[in-house]
Write a protein of this length. Structure first.
Lengths: 208, 146
């Protein structure tokens, strides 16, 4: 750049703004990753809440009384398999095989739906047994954390159905591929959070 | 001032990742990667369930530490094999955001537990009857003097 040129002629806008530089590649994926990281904070706060309040039973049932480990094992397996199956769908997407991808996505969605229905059943059983979220601080923090995760999974299933319809109608265009990549990150992220839930809330919860 | 470039390939290495140019083929992973992640995650899930349900370790403190350690290892397995996080994705910004989040999450969790534990330990003990019937005693205890 030439300083004397500033006096004689106004500089072109491109000297100040990099108009020709492309935006960061896959900015949407980076943005969605940052959203997931912010979601981490929600779960971290709820985990901290459970860590602090998890032994305040108020004379009510403790973790060992109400938490169902065999049911938890089934739920954990469902979510892990669902996560891997979603990965298979992404591999088919990279090969541009729409039918196979939709098939794997349907399997992943059904597994997640089974997870949510088992969890709702567990909640209803606990509430019927008098161990609802209003019983003690332990149960309040338990329901808040686990239900927030379950709500995420439910919304993920809704998003999955919408994207399956979109892909079925309009094919694997750039927009749908980008959206499916975001949903893929969301899906794997929820499985990652579940690792914390089953380890800390349930397995440690029945011990203390 | 850096030279404006029209194509990502012309950028110097390290500025942007020229290897990842095609958004259609970003982070696609591989079948081997997903299956490796699945097997590792399954093993790291089965071990803590077995430890708790089979009453393998008698010492509760040790058992809890082992469960938490296995959970942290499994979280990293998920991040590497399922979320495909590495230093190259999105020019390293994914990794930066992740490290930032991890530091803050550790502070939020660790400090909350530490502070509240010390508060519980050091707080004046409540009277036994108050602890036994907290709900029936609370309204009268909190009522202002008439």
């Amino acid at each position: 750049m030439n300083t004397t040129a500033i006096d004689t002629a106004p500089p072109a806008p491109s000297d100040y703004y990099s108009l020709t530089e492309a935006p960061p590649r896959n900015g949407t994926l980076l943005g969605f990753w940052i959203y997931l990281m912010s979601d981490c904070f929600i779960f971290a706060s709820l985990f901290a809440c459970y860590a602090v309040l998890g032994t305040e039973y108020a004379g009510g049932p403790s973790g060992a009384d109400v938490l169902d480990l065999p049911g938890l094992a089934v739920n954990t397996a469902l979510l892990l398999v669902s996560s891997v199956v979603f990965g298979f769908a992404m591999l088919e997407m990279a090969r541009q095989r729409k039918g196979a991808m939709l098939g794997w996505l349907a399997v992943a969605g059904l597994l997640a739906a089974a997870f949510v229905s088992l969890e709702v059943h567990e909640f209803l059983t606990m509430i019927a047994d008098g161990a609802g979220p209003g019983r003690s601080a332990f149960l309040s923090s338990f329901f808040t954390l686990v239900a927030t995760h379950g709500l995420h999974v439910t919304l993920g299933i809704l998003w999955l159905i919408v994207l399956m319809v979109q892909t079925f109608k309009f094919g694997l265009n750039t927009d749908n591929v980008r959206r499916l990549r975001c949903l893929s990150m969301f899906w794997h992220f929820l499985d990652l959070v579940w690792v914390g839930v089953f380890s800390y809330v349930y397995l440690v919860g029945v011990l203390r | 001032m850096s030279q404006p470039t029209s194509s990502g390939h012309a950028m110097p290495p390290g500025n942007h990742d020229a290897m990842h140019d095609d958004p259609m083929h970003e982070h696609q992973g591989s079948l081997r990667g997903y299956l490796t992640g699945f097997v590792l995650a399954a093993i790291l899930t089965v071990i803590p369930f077995w430890l708790v349900m089979g009453h393998v370790i008698a010492n509760k403190q040790v058992l809890i530490l082992v469960i938490l350690a296995l959970a942290i290892v499994q979280i990293f397995v998920h991040i590497v094999y399922f979320l495909h996080l590495d230093t190259r994705s999105e020019s390293g910004w994914n990794m930066m955001a992740f490290i930032f989040t991890a530091v803050l999450v550790i502070i939020v969790l660790g400090a909350s537990i530490w502070v509240m534990y010390n508060e519980n330990v050091n707080m004046m003990p409540m009277s036994p009857q108050y602890q036994q019937h907290p709900i029936s005693h609370q309204p009268t205890a909190n009522q202002p003097p008439q």
